[in-house]
Design a protein around this ligand. Structure first.
Ligand code: HEC
Length: 149
């Protein structure tokens, strides 16, 4: 009688792992692709300002940068074991054999997006351009190694 209760407590005391959060690998893949897609959309809106296609408005850039910074934290819990295959994933197998390097790529990007937000809040377009370039480099560095074409 007491055992299931104990197991239930044990389960909830442990940190949630990616496997526990997603019922199927396909769900994790869809989740991370969706997070990247939304992040990419808002990053692209800042890119349009940086390229001069859209006039600079610090409040609008800040709103986009807030979304990019927040979403940059989401995809990586969805790269758990067993999610290397399934759906239409473009994730390369190296992600799971070079975990330290992949995780560093994620941290580098998260730091870059945090700086982009600071730059946006400064209201200085030159700062935004610099931080946007650095963030873009962090995206590219990971895609070059870990995303299939
Ligand atoms: C640490 C690695 C890493 C970093 C950093 C990274 N990405 Fe990605 N990204 C991936 C991987 C891996 C995929 C493929 C995911 C899949 O298909 O399962 C991906 C996919 C995408 C996609 C396609 C999503 C879809 O619709 O399937 C977009 C858009 C994207 N990333 C944008 C970005 C942007 C913008 C940045 C930087 C602000 C960024 N990524 C930073 C690894 C990364």
């Amino acid at each position: 009688m007491k055992k299931p209760v104990l197991l239930a407590l044990l389960c909830c005391a442990l940190p949630l792992s990616a496997q526990a959060q997603f019922a199927k690998p396909e769900d994790a893949i869809k989740y991370r692709q969706s997070a990247f897609a939304v992040m990419g959309t808002h990053f692209g809106r800042i890119g349009a300002v940086v390229k001069g296609e859209v006039p600079f408005n610090a409040a609008a850039v800040t709103a986009n940068a807030e979304i990019v910074a927040a979403l940059s934290k989401l995809p990586f819990d969805a790269f758990g074991p067993g999610t290397d295959k399934g759906g239409n994933t473009k994730a390369k197998a190296e992600i799971w054999t070079e975990q330290d390097k992949f995780k560093k790529g994620a941290t580098d990007m998260q730091e870059a997006t945090a700086k982009l937000l600071v730059a946006a809040k400064s209201g200085n377009l030159e700062e935004v351009k610099k931080a946007f370039g650095a963030t873009g480099q962090s995206c590219k560095a990971c895609h070059d190694n870990y995303r299939a074409k």
